[in-house]
Design a protein around this ligand. Sequence first.
Ligand SMILES: Nc1ncnc2c1ncn2[C@@H]1O[C@H](COP(=O)(O)OP(=O)(O)OP(=O)(O)O)[C@@H](O)[C@H]1O
Ligand SMILES: [Mg+2]
Length: 305
Amino acid sequence: MTGALITLDRERRVNGWSEGAARLTGWQAAEVVGRSIDELRADDDEESWLDRDGSQLALSDVTTELRDENGDLAGFAIHLRAPGDSQLLLGRLIESEEAERRRLAADLHDDSLQAIIATRMRLQILLDRFEGDDRLADDELSDLKQLDATVRAAIERMRRLLFDLRPAVLDSHGLGAAVNTHLDQLRAEEPVETRLIERTETELPHGRRAIAYRAIREALANVRKHARATQVEVTLHQDQDGLTATIADDGVGFDASDAALSEGRPRGLDFARERVEAAGGSFQIDSARGRGTTVELRVPAASDA
Ligand SMILES: Nc1ncnc2c1ncn2[C@@H]1O[C@H](COP(=O)(O)OP(=O)(O)OP(=O)(O)O)[C@@H](O)[C@H]1O
Ligand SMILES: [Mg+2]
């Protein structure tokens, strides 16, 4: 199963470097894209990877050739993983990243956002006061209104950032409620009918809930961007073993085997799959041109489930 994905062009130069690859090797995508993969390996030993200080990393990899529609070599894909309990390790890393996001979102919410909101309230009190009399000249008053609009926009941006970092509704009201906010948004933007079928006995633990949420959000973002669907149905089943979710649309569909390779760089669905699999889950795409798309994913409640 995937731990991390690296893609190479025909000359074995890196052109795709997933977040997982950055985590496992310490190299960031920007540092390695365009370089020959052989510079990152010890000698010709395929199983031997070097970190930035030149010391060896215990990683194993599987390389597959990528071919274009004529069957010509287009490049390579390397699945990289730490040996042994790599899935477990990666899963823990992702969960701790989620915990970190949650903390950061809570801090920003309680501190910075509250401070800006308080500032705006005082501004409005001032505005109310000055609007009623003529102590301020018109242009001064309009400056003040301008300031108020700027602060209001900053609050909006901050709320969006926080939602992106970690939607509070996910922790307070659960996965179904968080998914619902995205369905509401989808309906507001697209002429599409949506349905959520939910059976929740218990919610996933916070870290895993966020992993599942991000995968579902990616599938829904794809519906908005690519599907041109008239109907979207999401099912969520959660019990003490874990979550099973499907996101099904009746849109244009695509050839899943093509799309994964087309640009050689991992994209939304690859990242979603990587995170879900790192949590010990599974991720499947069922799609064909003209027949809509169904994404099915499963996230167990614990790594050994
Ligand atoms: N629900 C869908 N309906 C139709 N086509 C889809 C759907 N989901 C994915 N695709 C196709 O699969 C491709 C890969 O999807 P993926 O989410 O990995 O990347 P992306 O959406 O193009 O880019 P990113 O997610 O990084 O913004 C898309 O470009 C699109 O062609
Ligand atoms: Mg996408």
